[in-house]
Ligand binder design. Structure first.
Ligand SMILES: NC(=O)c1ccc[n+]([C@@H]2O[C@H](COP(=O)([O-])OP(=O)(O)OC[C@H]3O[C@@H](n4cnc5c(N)ncnc54)[C@H](OP(=O)(O)O)[C@@H]3O)[C@@H](O)[C@H]2O)c1
Length: 282
């Protein structure tokens, strides 16, 4: 099986590559920056440089590939997924595993971009598996600055809960899907083991670093202003405000048994992630 991994320098994609390496595979990675890939994986992977918006580089990278792990981000997900799916079909790819989002089920915000991306993949006729994870634990890294500087977490999510998932679990499911083909035609709903409010998560991080942290509820407008100040586009900002509102309204709190069903073990607990990332909050 020859696998092409996109997003290989990112959170989930890099873990998919590392887990495939542990299985003795030599995956091909499709990256924008060869040096970054070399730093991460050394000589253990085959590196092809290109851009997911560039059909020519995609086509070249898909030559001789059986399975594609597809990661696209942001408002261009629909068109970039369509391009990748068409290129995969033309290259004779036998299985496309797309990193989608559980928010597809609510057809909201970023999930709506993925919904269109999934539709494009289905329309291409390439056999697919959609991974639909909940919010990533790694998102919580964005709290490190205000925790370190002020001992505070600000959010417009109110008392709403979300079952954050460890990206190692998403990667493990991706590798299982790629290696076995057992989930072709399926959409896999993946969450962490428990839905927690952002105040509860702040409390756990505080307990781990030995500091009492304050949770400060903020308005949608304030949350949007802060997100945009970090460089997000108006479209991305609006999508995130909608997402946080959905959490506040309790619409994204469902815990699934997807990870356990597929991997035969429970999903990784938030406490492990906090332990792994503790230094970032000190
Ligand atoms: N975060 C969440 O809570 C969450 C929840 C559900 C679903 N998701 C979905 O998960 C996906 C993001 O996964 P992630 O967090 O693992 O990604 P990530 O860490 O943000 O990394 C994105 C990867 O994609 C690459 N990339 C971006 N644009 C590219 C382009 N035009 N051509 C080639 N490569 C490109 C980046 O390369 P460079 O290193 O060159 O930048 C990087 O390797 C998104 O689709 C998101 O909607 C996220």
């Amino acid at each position: 099986m020859k696998v092409l991994i996109t997003g290989a320098t990112g959170d989930v994609g890099s873990k998919v590559v590392k887990q495939l390496l542990e299985f003795g595979e030599r995956p091909r990675v499709f990256v924008r920056d060869a040096a970054k890939a070399r730093t991460l994986f050394g000589e253990k992977v085959e590196i092809l440089v290109g851009d997911l918006g560039d059909a020519a580089s995609l086509c070249k990278s898909l030559e001789g590939i059986d399975s594609l792990f597809l990661v696209n981000s942001g408002p261009r997900i629909p068109e970039l997924d369509e391009l990748a799916a068409r290129s995969a079909r033309d290259a004779g790819v036998k299985h496309l595993v797309k990193l989608s989002s559980l928010d597809v089920e609510q057809s909201l915000a970023i999930g709506a971009w993925h919904e269109k991306g999934e539709a494009a993949v289905r329309a291409s006729g390439v056999p697919y598996t959609f991974l639909r994870p909940s919010g990533f634990m790694s998102n919580l890294m964005t709290w490190s600055y205000s925790i370190k500087r002020e001992g505070v977490v600000r959010s417009s999510t109110g008392n709403g809960r979300r079952p954050f998932i460890h990206s190692e679990d998403i990667a493990a499911v991706a590798v299982r899907a790629l290696a076995t083909g057992a989930y072709i035609g399926k959409s896999l709903a993946l969450t962490g083991p428990e839905a927690l409010s952002f105040a509860e998560i702040a409390e756990r991080i505080g307990a781990s670093i030995g500091r009492e942290l304050r949770f400060e509820p903020i308005s949608d407008e304030e949350a949007g202003r802060r997100f945009a100040a970090a460089g997000a586009s108006p479209e991305e900002t609006a999508a995130h405000i909608e997402l946080w509102r959905a959490i506040r309204e309790g619409r994204l709190a469902t815990v699934t048994d997807g990870v356990e069903q597929i991997l035969g073990r429970g999903p990784i607990h938030l406490d492990r992630w906090i332990l792994e990332q503790k230094e970032a909050f000190l």
